[in-house]
Design a protein around this ligand. Structure first.
Ligand SMILES: Cc1ncc(COP(=O)(O)O)c(C=O)c1O
Length: 374
């Protein structure tokens, strides 16, 4: 790899990215479902294009900024998978007016009433998926709750189309075994199918039954009744996913290139120029069986070096030590050595950077910009 001098920078291994996308596509192929990848992880046109062999398929976004960006790039079928609030109605309406096939999500009567009022006054034809709570992780309505039907009636009376239900098995990230992930996958499917049935019985004809998290998507055994799967972090993977057993460390496609700037031999420390600004403060592996600090330290080819991890970070300094406390392990990397740090949480680490330096077979292929903000 040609030397990148302005470290720290974010690297993306395109071959691993393509391999990860292929794995998800192959996993879902036997089921009759659409992949609606979540692009919040990458926020990058060149990465998102690689999800689709041809054309621009359906995507999931976490911000209306993502919706704007990808719609301008030709993606029309967009699910904004964070509950809509009144301050964003006009923005969503603008996207619809421009021709986006935008779907909104909500999970409460208050938001539904406000959207219904806005729809009546603006004449805008909104489309909504009701959010179902499959595991108590965050938001959503219980799958057997008649509130689903109440909200669906309220919306449809105001011309808002209720086209589906969606859920996200966020608790799968806390699994301790593959068997537990499989159980979350069953629970995720069952919840949203139950909610859809309730709405069907009340006369609503739903075309979208949407689930999705990377662990459950990759370990599901049954997707009957499901029409689409939203997953995001699978494209890059990270140490949290590796800790869950969802991927191998060798599958992680993003890393932060950093340079050794000094040592504290008596403490067994290597100091590098990647602090939390480059790695993020995410400590997602802290609650896992193996705590990876702020990331696993690899050589330039991406191979982990002994048991080195980043144990502490300041804004622009990272401290690398040996997990086993062996101080000699850290003295073999002189000042100027370039290293790659694998991230705990790919979404958080990538968000610290304005683009990806893309590698293929160890060669530098180019720079793919990311966008940020809301
Ligand atoms: C609503 C929703 N759908 C899908 C996903 C994708 O999950 P993952 O990144 O595990 O694939 C997320 C991630 O946070 C989400 O919040």
């Amino acid at each position: 790899m040609e030397e990148l001098t302005d470290t720290p920078v974010l690297l993306l291994d395109r071959d691993r990215l393509d391999g990860n996308i292929l794995r998800m596509r192959e996993k879902l192929a036997p089921f009759n479902v659409t992949l609606r990848p979540h692009v919040k992880t990458n926020k990058c046109l060149e990465v998102t294009e690689r999800f689709f062999a041809d054309g621009r398929g359906p995507i999931t976004v976490s911000t209306l900024r993502e919706a704007d960006f990808f719609f301008a790039a030709g993606f029309t079928d967009i699910l904004y998978a964070v509950g809509i609030s009144p301050n964003k109605f006009a923005h969503a309406a603008r996207l619809l007016e421009q021709g986006a096939d935008l779907k909104l999500v909500l999970d409460n009567i208050e938001s539904a009433r406000l959207l219904a009022e806005f729809a009546c006054s603006s004449g805008q034809a909104f489309e909504v998926l009701l959010e179902v709570d499959c595991d108590g992780h965050r938001s959503g309505i219980a799958p057997q709750s008649t509130l689903l039907v109440e909200i669906a009636h309220l919306l449809s009376h105001s011309g808002v189309r209720v086209s589906g239900v969606m859920t996200h098995a966020g608790n799968s990230y806390d699994s301790r075994s593959i068997a537990e992930i499989e159980a979350y996958a069953r629970q995720e499917r069952a919840a949203v199918v139950e909610a859809a049935q309730l709405l069907n019985e009340a006369g609503f004809d739903l075309s979208i039954i949407s689930i999705g998290s990377t662990p459950t998507a990759l370990f599901t055994q049954d997707l009957s009744g499901i029409t689409e799967v939203r997953a995001g972090v699978f494209a890059f993977f990270d140490l949290v996913m590796a800790g869950l057993g969802v991927c191998d460390v060798q599958d992680i496609a993003v890393s932060v290139l950093t340079t050794v700037i000094g040592h504290q031999p008596e403490k067994g420390w290597i100091i590098v120029d990647a602090g939390w600004m480059a790695l993020s403060r995410d400590r997602g592996t802290a609650k896992q069986r193996v705590d990876q600090g702020y990331g696993i330290v690899c050589d330039l080819s991406g191979q982990p070096i002994g048991d080195l991890i980043v144990t502490a970070v300041n804004q622009e300094h990272g401290i690398i030590s040996s997990r086993s406390g062996n101080p000699e392990a850290v003295l073999v990397l002189p000042v100027g050595t370039q290293l790659r740090i694998l991230p705990n949480h790919a979404c958080a680490t990538a968000a610290q950077h304005s683009g990806y330096h893309v590698l293929t077979e160890g060669r530098h292929l180019g720079y793919w910009p990311r966008f940020a903000g809301w």
